[in-house]
Design a protein around this ligand. Structure first.
Ligand code: COA
Length: 137
């Protein structure tokens, strides 16, 4: 699924198993990594929520959540991202987070539109990226 996103020009980070395990599933700072799958078990997408530590690579304030959303190009615009965020928001509240940051490529119009629809608001710009913040609760 991530490799399809790379082929579609929608992902620049690595898409191999070791990267997924270390960054999303087995990340020691991970709060929740939610998977969306079809009735036949095919992966439609996933969303990760990680606690921002000092020196994190996004420059996210310490103690905030960092969110990442990845939906298969074959399942886009069917509400997968929306359902994933419903679960992530609950996980953020249960973990006591007050804010979540999304770090989105400045040219990624659909990513920006998605997070805006979920209630994220732009609060800073980084090199090549727009950073949007969501207030939990
Ligand atoms: C951005 C992304 C996560 C959206 O996931 P999705 O499952 O297609 O989103 P949903 O179907 O749940 O859409 C929820 C809302 O987001 C907005 N949205 C989603 N895709 C959009 C698009 N291509 N253009 C404009 N708005 C869009 C819409 O407001 C939509 O609500 P609506 O369909 O009722 O109008 C998905 O396209 C994706 O994984 N893209 C590649 C990776 C990425 O950009 N990740 C996020 C930034 S790092």
């Amino acid at each position: 699924m991530l490799q399809l996103l790379v082929q579609a020009g929608k992902r620049i980070s690595p898409a191999h198993e070791a990267f997924v395990l270390s960054h999303y599933i087995g990340n020691p700072d991970g709060i929740r990594c939610s998977l969306a799958e079809d009735d036949d078990g095919s992966v439609l997408g996933f969303q990760s929520l990680v606690l921002a530590r000092d020196g994190n690579r996004y420059g996210t304030p310490i103690g905030w959540g960092i969110i990442g959303t990845h939906v298969s190009p074959l399942a886009a615009r069917r509400g997968v991202g929306r359902q994933l965020f419903e679960v992530t928001e609950l996980a953020a509240a249960a973990a006591g987070l007050e804010k979540i940051e999304a770090f989105i490529g400045e040219k990624n119009a659909e990513g920006q539109a998605y997070y805006e629809k979920m209630g994220f608001v732009t609060y800073r710009l980084a090199e090549g990226a727009v950073c949007k913040c969501y207030e939990v609760g």
